[in-house]
Ligand binder design. Structure first.
Ligand code: SF4
Length: 411
């Protein structure tokens, strides 16, 4: 566990994390396996909860609109260097933004081709694009089919729920366009490309109706995101010292609907990961558990950053000061703020260190721990909600396993 130091963001934890001592003590960084390329820095929507444009860090204003081919080639070179140095044979390349489809088909083709040719045939480069689907037309789908690119789409539920936030700059909702894009994606010719849906929770939306609206598209997977917030800027619907667990209750309602059917309709990543952790496995997502985060972000101008959800905390929270033109990804691994995401329970606050479900929860999503003065050395602002959700899943799964065991024993 960690001590708390500093009173400004420059000196808050983990800026003072002593990586040399960690190395001397035997800790070794985990190589990056997931590379997020912000190939376009602007968006064709103006969602009011977006951490890129609407929250503390306004650095996007300084970014070029599109990644240049020269920057893409530098990134590809750095990724290949990293895979060779660590003997990696399987990596993820995620095309992100802003809205990545604004980069256009030619630049997307260049990014995928450059990464695959630089890494060579011994490395499998799994490519995914995360889009709002407004521009998802036949031309993009043909390209994605040709290059084997999986497509993740952001959708917040039915039309009323989705259009609460996911609107154009002039206030028009985007649900009809997203639905049309999803219909094209889920036609038989392209359905194999469908990676899943990403949905941000809004307490005003009915949880079961929201989940069932997502099921209309038969997604192979659904990811629920909690709205970004921290101890300085509380999430919507939360008040200081309020003992309620509105987000935990919302997710419990979805869990019961998801778990309670005889045949599983889709994967819900958060629930699946919690069950996996409860059964003794390791997490494969940064939202729960204590597994090392092995993800690096390259901004549109080639600067290397941490996960961009940190932009919700304060200006520059995701920055590392490193750039693909000068720095290797191995150098990035030793930046204190990156190392802090890879040291398991040593990165937990004292409060989380004393928590009986710390191995399952892992302190929650890192961005949700921020508080001015103590930095990220805090429990999640969603702590009570996480306790509620994890305790519920543990109870339901334990009862189910008990029933099955007793049923099996009776035969
Ligand atoms: S439930 Fe709360 S105290 Fe426990 S690990 Fe998670 S954030 Fe920390």
């Amino acid at each position: 566990m960690i001590g708390v130091a500093g009173t400004t963001s420059e000196r808050e934890w983990p800026v003072d994390l002593d990586v040399t001592s960690l190395l001397d003590g035997g800790w070794r960084p985990t190589p990056f396996r997931q590379f997020i390329l912000k190939i376009h820095s602007r968006c064709n929507l103006a969602c009011d909860y977006c951490y890129m444009y609407e929250m503390a860090d306004q650095g996007w204003r300084l970014q070029p609109r599109s990644m240049t081919r020269a920057t893409i080639d530098q990134v590809a070179h750095r990724i290949a260097e990293h895979t060779r140095a660590h003997g990696l044979t399987d990596i993820d390349l995620i095309l992100h933004g802003g809205e990545p489809l604004l980069a256009g088909p030619d630049l997307i083709r260049h990014a995928v081709t450059a990464a695959r040719s630089a890494t060579g045939s011994s490395v499998s480069v799994n490519v995914q694009v995360q889009t709002n689907a407004v521009l998802l037309d036949a031309e993009f789908l043909r390209l994605f089919d040709e290059l084997d690119i999986r497509v993740g789409v952001s959708l917040d539920g039915d039309e009323a729920g989705h259009d609460l936030h996911r609107r154009h700059a002039d206030g028009r909702g985007s649900h009809a366009e997203v639905r049309a894009g999803l219909r094209r994606l889920t036609e038989p010719a392209h359905r194999r490309l469908f990676g899943g849906l990403l949905s941000t929770v809004d307490l005003r939306n009915d949880p079961v109706a929201t989940y069932e609206a997502l099921l209309d598209f038969s997604p192979p997977a659904v990811d629920f995101l909690l709205p970004h917030g921290n101890w300085d800027t509380l999430p919507p619907g939360r008040a200081p010292a309020d003992p309620g667990t509105p987000y935990g209750d919302w997710l419990v309602a979805v869990f019961d609907r998801w778990y309670g059917v005889p045949v599983r309709e889709t994967r819900v990543r958060l629930f699946g990961e919690i069950i996996r952790l409860l059964l003794g496995g390791a997490s494969r997502t940064e939202s729960v558990g204590l597994s090392p985060v092995a993800m690096a972000v390259v901004e549109t101008d080639g600067s290397i950053e941490q996960v961009d959800t940190l932009k919700s905390a304060y200006e520059g929270a995701a920055a590392t000061g490193l750039h693909v033109a000068r720095d290797t990804f191995d150098t990035v691994l030793l930046v204190p703020s990156i190392a802090a995401r890879q040291i398991g329970d040593r990165a937990l606050s004292a409060h989380c260190g004393a928590c009986e479900i710390q191995r399952i929860c892992g302190g929650g999503l890192y961005a949700h721990r921020y508080r001015t003065g103590s930095g990220f050395a805090n429990p999640s602002v969603y702590c009570d909600d996480l306790v509620r959700l994890i305790a519920h899943i543990r109870t339901v799964v334990a009862r189910d396993l008990g029933d099955r065991w007793r049923g099996k024993g009776a035969r």
